[in-house]
Design a protein around this ligand. Structure first.
Ligand SMILES: [Fe+2]
Length: 104
């Protein structure tokens, strides 16, 4: 929610009205690999959206919004990297061994 709070703060600062009633649907998944793959798709979409927002903010010379979106983009890229690492580990060590590694 920290990203949402920052975005809402920025929208209010710009004297807009944030819409918080239209959320993207959440795809959870029936197993850990499916959950990670769904998360990976969501993070990929987020990275694409933030990049589009950064381009728009740059075009409009709105550097405050651009800087905010750039900081959130870095977080999302880190999330995506972490998820890809988990999927890689599952691929290399099989799901059973991966899950054992998580319990300690
Ligand atoms: Fe994320």
């Amino acid at each position: 929610m920290k990203h949402a709070e920052k975005l809402i703060g920025r929208i209010i600062f710009l004297e807009g009205s944030p819409t918080v009633s239209q959320l993207n649907s959440i795809h959870i998944g029936s197993s850990v690999p499916v959950q990670f793959k769904n998360d990976c798709a969501a993070e990929t979409d987020a990275v694409k959206s933030y990049n589009e927002g950064i381009k728009l903010a740059s075009d409009l010379a709105d550097n405050g919004t651009r800087e905010l979106l750039e900081s959130i983009l870095k977080d999302e890229e880190n999330h995506l990297d972490w998820i890809e690492t988990q999927l890689d580990q599952i691929d290399q060590m099989a799901i059973q061994n991966y899950l054992v590694e998580q319990v300690d």
